[in-house]
Design a protein around this ligand. Sequence first.
Ligand SMILES: [Zn+2]
Length: 472
Amino acid sequence: MITAARGLRIAVGVGLGLALVLFLQLRGGQVQPVTAHYRVQIESPEEGIVHVRLDLEGHEASRLFLGFSANAVAKSAPVSKFRVRRAVDAQGRELAISRDRGRWVIERSKGAITVEYETHLLGQRDSDYAREVLSRLDAEGGRLLGSDIFLFPVGRSVTDLKVTFELPPGWALFHPFQTADFEAAPPTVRSLYNSAIAVGPYRSTRRQIEGIDVVLAVQGRFAFGDDDLTEVISEVVSQQIRRFGMPKRSRYVFVVNEHPDQKDPDLLHYFGLHFDGSMVVLIDPRTDRRRLRREPASLCAHEFFHNWLGELVRQKGYEMNWFVEGVTTWYAYQSLIATRMLDRGSFAQEVRKRYRRIAPRLDSNERISVASAGQQVLQDPSTTQMLYSGGLFVAIALDEAIRRSSGGQESLEDLLAMLFEEARRDADGVFTRDALEAALGKLTGQDWRTWLEAYAYGEDPLDFPDFVTGAR
Ligand SMILES: [Zn+2]
């Protein structure tokens, strides 16, 4: 077995705050609530095909539109993965099915309808990103992203959602909105498709941490033990809840798999994704117990922190993605410092390493603002690096600037606490550039428009603290 040695290169892909965007605009018109019951059946997992039967009730319009939510890496999640086979009404009459751009149209579909479709989870792995961010399935089980398996009624409010799973013998289900061994009840259509689900013979641990239920579903062989990972996650979750108060949900599932890229002997890969009540964490199996407290711990801290920044404080589209991802990356380090997994010296070292990696681009004419990097979610590796590392640098500079302007009274953490408090008061609030400027103004009594314009939205060189550039 190869163990992680010092000096290995590390590729950390940290996840998408809001990984999934609603691909289809909801249609206007009359909105009759419908109830939906999905039966998800996995018969022969090695084929990578999932059969779904959808029973809808209460549909009153004459045509039913079924749509899906695209992964942010939309190119790699083609609509062709879904095949709608059959639709029948309550009397068992076959209903005509047609395609209208990215949707399926089912004619004369009043009352109760049953739709049968299948979704093909293999054959879409045309890029590294796709292998990381998509579902996977084989004879040993896998992970299913809600966006890869659920078609849903477009423009209808669904009041009662139920999902039942029929899995091969010996398989278990781990779903963020689980109500029984093989059943889940996501509260909204968004939580239906914005979920990561583990199916298969997973190992699992469950812990009550600060009043919430944290479930780990682990598959793979790692050089660390499941207990070590449980410990790391518990520490981080506990620290964040103590610092920022309760997250939105009372139950969270971490789906832990081996990272698919293990060929390069010198490169350890890590990747994470955050969904409403679940997180996917991909860890290089060569990671040992000590290493676990570095990049993987930071990854878990990053993904869990999105429960506050990303979910409680929610942006529209990717307008504020630079702040959501940059500050989340920054806070993940603060979380590790607070739990003593990282000391300040190692943090500075880590930041300098990241700085050296993106410095050439900062000096070249391929410069891109952190805000525009945030709009191009996971489209190419160098822009992604600019979002996460560049975003981290803007966060560091912002923290410094807040401290300076408040005479050391306030910090970026105080700004976050303030944003979270406001979001708790205003559940429908959307986090915008104006909202950020207003919060910064309230915190410091100063105007931040010029600062943000220059460093986040523009390409002005940041005034880095010395610990970033390595200057003495
Ligand atoms: Zn993220």
